[in-house]
Design a protein around this ligand. Structure first.
Ligand SMILES: [Zn+2]
Length: 442
């Protein structure tokens, strides 16, 4: 193995690509491999100083202005692009790598297909369509052929065992492309609007492999969450041991890792320590204690017993319970928000009066709880989303799928357009205050 050491004042260093290389790229510097590449496999290890940020450019020119950029940046889920992102095309928000620890990366280009992996996880599998959608700033972010360069914008990044293997120009990939001319997700990616579905369940036949494949194809980051507690649909975690076992299963997968408190007893069933290993925790108010103290799942019509209460009176029961749940159960996100039982849904706008909306938004504001925008039920209404935005509340997008057949956040994309949501309105786990909140058993 050939070893290179570089002086700090060198801006660009050309190295031979026929063997493996070790080098360090300091802040504001870059290293470019000798030669031009079209189809290739790039492998190596990286070591980032604390909070370092850098990237690997490929198919780029001497100035680093064309081609694609693979992000190198670890740390908390705070809205910044994370290691393995194909910047502005497939932005990722959770890093599987950590600072001050060596990790493997691989970047492959075969025909129109780009794959990016770190450690043993495939993070990006993107096929550039014949007519890629690019905003003017990224007009040159397309495949052609060109240089491979490593650059660091902050901190120091060390590389070792870097090897690039050129492949024949006529190799092609059969991974199909998405039509970007009619896709709203790529438009958000180009603007660095975080596209994350925080509420995906591996249930109804949806496997983790399938979820990863869908996430990469659609350009939507998935937050995968088990249900912890009782009474819900599908697999339920029953105790701390099951929580830890589940987490071990999913922590190295390319998803954000969440957990959903289910039923109304999860706060006493699970320890704070066990639940705190997840990136985020959410709950909903679809299971309430009704006017007679019965545990009632509002999505099971046969469990909704009115005891003669009118819609208005039963609505007050639901709102009281919602306020109680969000006040006492330290969740980060209010999921399936403002959900009503079947027989009340046609009166949604009438029953969710400003006063009732404000009672719920007050609690969200007080405890920094994010409001989920849910495309499965198309809730909350655009009016409520606007009222929440007006208060400066943060939002997540969350589907709550029942199986593998679910959409691409359509209602959330409508909300972005109709309510003027921006990237600053989106919630990230770095904003969580749940660890500072007491769990109140009520
Ligand atoms: Zn759910």
């Amino acid at each position: 193995m050939k070893r290179f050491s570089y002086l700090v004042f060198l801006l660009t260093v050309l190295v031979c690509s026929c063997t493996s290389h070790d080098f360090t790229v300091r802040e504001g510097r870059s290293v470019t491999l000798r030669g031009n590449y079209r189809n290739f496999s790039l492998k190596g290890e990286a070591f980032l100083s604390p909070d370092a940020t850098g990237s690997i450019l490929f198919h780029t020119d001497a100035k680093g202005e064309s081609g694609y950029e693979v992000v190198l940046h670890n740390g908390p889920i705070d809205g910044t692009l994370k290691t393995g992102s194909l910047s502005s095309v497939r932005n990722l928000y959770r890093s599987l790598a950590a600072d001050t620890t060596w990790f493997w990366f691989t970047v492959n280009v075969i025909g129109k297909n780009i794959t990016i992996a770190t450690e043993n996880a495939l993070l990006v599998c993107y096929t550039e369509p014949d007519a890629p959608y690019r905003i003017p700033a990224f007009a040159k972010r397309v495949l052609s052929e060109g240089k491979i360069a490593f650059q660091t914008s902050s901190g120091t990044i060390r590389f070792r065992n870097v090897v690039v293997t050129p492949w024949s120009d006529d190799m092609v990939s059969d991974v199909p492309a998405q039509d970007e001319q009619n896709d709203r997700i790529i438009r958000l990616q180009q603007q660095f609007f975080p596209v994350i579905d925080y509420h995906v369940h591996l249930k109804g036949g949806l496997t983790k492999e399938q979820a990863a494949q869908m996430s990469m194809a659609y350009g939507i980051n998935y937050g995968v969450a088990p249900n912890a507690g009782e009474g819900g649909v599908g697999r339920m975690l029953a105790d701390d041991d099951e929580v830890y076992a589940y987490y071990d299963e999913v922590k190295s997968l390319p998803f954000l890792c969440g957990v959903q408190g289910e039923g109304r007893r999860w706060t006493s069933t699970f320890s704070r320590e066990a639940l705190s290993i997840f990136d985020y925790l959410f709950t909903d108010a679809m299971t309430i204690r009704d006017q007679a103290g019965r545990i009632t799942r509002l999505y099971h019509p046969e469990e909704v017993i009115r005891d003669g209460l009118t819609d208005e009176e039963y609505m007050d029961v639901i709102v009281d319970q919602t306020v109680k749940i969000l006040t006492n159960e330290p969740a980060d996100i209010y999921a399936n928000p403002t959900y009503l039982p079947d027989d009340m849904q046609s009166r949604y706008d009438e029953l969710w009066t400003d006063e009732r909306i404000n009672r719920v938004l007050d609690v969200l504001e007080r405890y920094h709880i994010a409001l989920e925008i849910n495309p499965r039920y198309c809730i909350p209404s655009m009016k409520i989303i606007r009222m929440a935005k007006e208060r400066g509340l943060h939002f997540t997008f969350g589907t709550n799928n029942v199986d593998a057949n679910f959409g691409r956040l359509e209602y959330c994309l409508d909300a972005i357009e109709q309510c003027g949501l921006t990237a600053d309105d989106i919630w990230f786990p770095s904003m969580s205050i749940r660890s500072t909140r007491p769990t109140v058993l009520y």
